[in-house]
Write a protein that binds this ligand. Structure first.
Ligand SMILES: *[C@@H]1O[C@H](CO)[C@@H](O)[C@H](O)[C@H]1NC(C)=O
Length: 308
């Protein structure tokens, strides 16, 4: 494994005058206008790996350092590939930390991105990385959540971050996760959850549906009884939907239990995932899931993972 730390000057000299090869094909930016990225300007290399599908421009330059400069002066660029043999510099509109599962081997071409060297280690060890960090930095929880949904992911929930940290996911800047009122920071030693800084834009931590995510998850927020759209969207942030009675029963049969009275798929009712003791008739689904037409005016929601 190769870990090149290229300390690139912030005021990257324009190299097109020297090489006459500046990127002509100006496509749409991969991120919305005003997308900012972090303060880090150090590219780390991973030898013989590429991130396919996100290149938007090939240049011919004499070294990876010059390729890095091209990347820094182009606000569409988040990472690059450099092939020594052909002196080919391919600029990418995304990083490997956004698409960690997409990296493939390609002899003679090195990937350079903004991630920490320990991220490169994680990738080259061939570990599954079901968590990713958005390339753009967002001002709101909602816009970070929507970027996660674009790739079929959801903003990570707390136990997913704790798990990722134990599995060696590298340190992150303060980042949005599923709890709308706070941010999480992964450090070398664990996850810190902190109160929201009101001003700083932050990346989002997106999680894929892990195998263990079969049980219902509860929305971090409460919703008004009539706010069905809010309830559905709270679940959707978790790559899930409000559970049906059949799904709650199935979860119960697998061993999931929860005594909280929360909203679920049927409007104007609440349910608890415990054997019915004081509920009968249409207030007890299949002898298992108690549910009533007397819900609280505000509650959280049982969400069941979307099956892919
Ligand atoms: C850059 O060149 C390589 C090798 O020819 C090719 O595989 C890749 O698709 C090109 N990228 C772009 C954005 O044209």
């Amino acid at each position: 494994m190769l870990l090149l730390l290229l300390l690139l000057p912030m005021s990257g000299l324009v190299t097109e005058a020297l090489f006459g090869s500046h990127c002509q094909d100006r496509q749409l930016k991969p991120c919305t206008r005003g997308c900012s990225w972090g303060q880090e300007r150090h590219f780390n290399g991973v030898a013989n790996r590429v991130l396919p599908g996100h290149g938007y421009c090939n240049l011919t330059v004499a070294s990876p350092v010059l390729c890095g400069r091209e990347c820094l002066i182009d606000d569409r660029c988040f990472s690059f590939h450099y092939s020594k043999g052909e002196r080919r510099c391919e600029l990418n509109g995304a990083t490997a930390s956004r698409y960690p599962m997409a990296m493939i081997e390609r002899a003679g071409t090195d990937y350079f991105g903004l991630e920490q060297p320990s991220f490169a280690e994680l990738l080259t060890n061939g570990r599954e990385v079901p968590i990713s960090l958005t390339d753009c930095w967002y001002h709101t929880h909602a816009s970070a959540a929507s970027e996660c949904r674009r790739t079929g992911q959801h903003l990570c929930i707390q136990w997913e971050l704790d798990h990722a940290s134990k599995e060696g996911y590298p340190a992150t800047p303060p980042s949005w996760y599923a709890d709308p009122d706070s941010q999480a920071v992964l450090t070398e030693t664990g996850v810190t959850y902190q109160d929201l800084p009101l001003t700083a834009p932050s990346p989002g931590l997106c999680c894929s549906l892990p195998m263990t995510y079969r049980d219902p998850v509860i929305t971090p927020q409460s919703y008004e009884l009539a706010d069905r759209a809010g309830q559905a969207s709270g679940c959707s942030d978790l790559a899930a939907h409000p559970c049906t009675l059949a799904e709650l029963k199935e979860a119960y049969d697998r061993g999931y239990k929860s005594g909280f009275w929360l909203y679920f798929a049927i409007p104007n009712r609440d349910a608890s995932v415990a054997r019915c003791t004081a509920h009968y008739g249409n207030e007890c689904y299949q002898d298992t899931i108690a549910n009533t037409p007397r819900p609280y005016p505000r509650a959280r929601v049982y969400c069941c993972p979307n099956r892919v």
